[in-house]
Design a binder for this molecule. Structure first.
Ligand code: C5P
Length: 226
């Protein structure tokens, strides 16, 4: 059969994860959230004091990488949950504490190499939708379908704020906007595979699109590429 690899990259809280998850479920592909993997490594470090308030003990974190087991568990009707050494950390990795520290962890080349190798393993049999920052450029440069999602920082912060509120997590809109802007900056200016649109990726600005319109757009593109 002709299963392909689909790479969906973009800024934080651009809605790319929801789009990627919905697309994967409509076409019967596996979905992998690469950001969740960086978040899980960050949580592991935070719990041990190796990561705190934007500083990272790089040496300790790099030494621990082989012990930081990350996997995904399908949850019927809910997509999947992220497992850290077998523990379901899906909601904890979305906290502002993790969001505030994850970009500092994601700049470390050894962390990236480790996770990129793992991500490539997930894609070995194709039939996968992966979302992140460097999927179309670094993880799967030969992906058959590449999408780059964008929306204004304010639109994205507003979405993230509503999401956190729904989950009962405390945060102000100003804090969330500051976090979104700070992550944009770190993600686009880091030396190792910075967030950038692959030259063969198709751009989508979803600021004024409903979820249904975004899904339709993706499926249309998928059918055209297939
Ligand atoms: O997608 P999400 O916002 O959950 O990603 C969290 C963080 O992980 C990003 O801000 C970025 O620093 C990092 N990341 C990355 N490369 C990826 C996915 C995420 O550097 N492929």
């Amino acid at each position: 059969d002709n299963k392909i690899i689909i790479a969906i990259d973009g800024y934080s809280s651009s809605g790319k994860s929801s789009m990627a998850r919905a697309l994967a479920s409509s076409i019967g592909y596996r979905y992998v959230d690469s950001g969740a993997m960086y978040r899980a490594v960050t949580l592991w470090g935070l719990r041990r004091g190796i990561v705190s308030d934007g500083t990272v003990d790089e040496e300790a974190l790099i030494a621990a990488l082989p012990d930081i087991a990350i996997d995904f568990q399908p949850i019927p009707g809910e997509g999947q949950h992220t497992l850290l050494c077998g523990e379901d950390v899906e909601s904890e990795i979305r906290s502002l504490r993790v969001s505030d520290n994850v970009s500092q962890v994601a700049v470390i080349p050894a962390v990236r190499h480790h996770l990129v190798a793992l991500q490539q393993q997930f894609g070995r049999e194709k039939g996968i939708v992966m979302d992140g920052r460097d999927i179309g450029t670094t993880v799967f440069p030969d992906a058959e379908m590449k999408v780059f999602v964008d929306a204004s920082a304010e639109t994205r912060a507003h979405r993230r704020f509503l999401e956190l509120q729904q989950k009962g997590m405390e945060a102000t809109y100003e804090d969330v906007l500051a976090n979104v802007k700070q992550r944009d900056h770190i993600d686009t200016t880091r030396a190792e595979s910075p967030l950038t649109k692959a030259s063969d990726a198709i751009s989508l600005d979803n600021s004024d699109m409903t979820i249904a319109e975004q899904n339709e757009w993706l499926i249309e593109l998928y059918n055209r590429i297939l």
